[in-house]
Design a protein around this ligand. Structure first.
Ligand code: SIN
Length: 355
């Protein structure tokens, strides 16, 4: 029988405690801000993948459902809203953006995950990409299936998002979106399918990387300025200028355009056909609106490609702005934030080529 050796025991105990404390110290602090959506949704049965109720489960329940999180981060949760994301408003964005900035200014927060409905996830992500004042990771995550469904994608997406938010690799990359083992940049990602789990894509311009290992692997970064490198500051803002989107289609008429302006729109994003073409019945009203002070941004409903300045319309002469590659819903966000600084169209055009 081996003799008890106090010195050896104390040394082993000390080594164990040191290893444990180094391991514990290494875990990043990640705050999960929950806003609702399908990731917090529940359905009537395990095969209910459509027609379920979004935004029913609270943040602590989401965290408890993924015990593996405790191995990769020290996670705390906060319920910011509990809504389906089609009801997201400018006010929600201002509240969320300010909360993110407050948390990231704290030295004990290393990264933030935001659980969100997928319908407007790309919009919230782009808004935050322009207003967050930190290089620390901010990752938006959603799910295409409610937590009660067979093969629910929420738990693995949440795990991946926390992994990214706590990683060194994600620092300074701008606001990120994590779904389906992929990492996307906020500016260019979009929802491409109404219901399949692989809905989130960055068509043509490309996603940034993968989660595998489990580790965040980055292969690209966005070339456009974001977060600490933007000129936007929401800390004292309580309202954003009203900007609405007018959708282009065959047989289009100017009724919606003029109704938005009558309702107080200060800016209009025209989601035109093709390269942002202006229908003959609508163009005169757009020109009149601009002459009366409304800022007009030409975007495209197509989904990919550069909106050519002075292509389908003489933007220099009409004093219009073009959206570059931003889709109409993201062009609306940049125009709102741009108009908190200026209504000068040359300056606004500079922003559309910068962000
Ligand atoms: C929502 O956007 O809140 C509902 C849809 C979803 O999260 O997938």
């Amino acid at each position: 029988m081996q003799r008890f050796k106090p010195a050896q025991f104390i040394f082993t105990l000390f080594a164990f405690l040191m290893a444990f404390s180094v391991h514990a110290q290494k875990l990043p602090n990640v705050t999960i801000l929950a806003t609702g959506g399908t990731i917090a949704g529940t359905g009537a049965s395990s095969t209910t993948t459509v027609g379920y109720t979004a935004a029913t489960v609270g943040v602590q329940q989401l965290i408890n459902a993924v015990p593996e999180l405790s191995k990769i981060a020290t996670v705390t949760g906060e319920q910011v809203f509990q809504i389906a994301s089609e009801s997201m408003t400018n006010d929600h964005w201002l509240t969320l953006g300010k909360r993110v900035n407050t948390l990231l200014a704290q030295p004990n927060v290393d990264g933030i995950v935001i659980t969100h409905g997928t319908d407007t996830l790309e919009e919230t992500a782009y808004f935050l990409n322009l207003v967050v004042k930190s290089r620390k990771p901010v990752v938006l995550v959603g799910a295409m299936r409610p937590g009660t469904a067979l093969s629910a994608d929420g738990p693995i997406n949440l795990y991946n998002a926390v992994l990214i938010a706590g990683s060194q690799e994600a620092i300074g990359k701008g606001v990120l979106v994590a779904l389906g083992d992929q990492i996307h940049g906020a500016r260019d990602v979009t929802k491409t399918n109404t219901s399949t789990p692989d809905s989130f894509k960055t068509p043509e311009l490309g996603m940034l990387g993968y989660i595998q290992g489990p580790k965040a692997h980055f292969y690209h970064t966005s070339t456009r300025k974001h977060t600490v490198d933007t000129e936007f500051d929401i800390s004292n803002l309580s309202v954003l200028p009203q900007v609405d989107i007018v959708y282009g289609y065959a047989n289009m008429n100017p009724v919606a355009l003029n109704a938005f302006i009558a309702a107080g729109a200060k800016g209009i994003v025209h989601a035109g056909t093709g390269d942002g073409s202006l229908a003959a019945k609508v163009k005169p009203d757009l020109i009149a609106a601009r002459k009366n002070g409304t800022v007009i941004v030409r975007a495209s409903r197509v989904g990919n490609g550069i909106l050519a300045r002075n292509g389908e319309a003489n933007d220099d002469e009409l004093d219009f702005v073009v959206a570059d590659t931003l889709n109409p819903q993201k062009a609306r966000i940049l125009l709102m934030l741009g108009m908190t600084k200026t209504t000068n169209t040359k300056e606004l055009q500079r922003m559309f080529y910068m962000y």
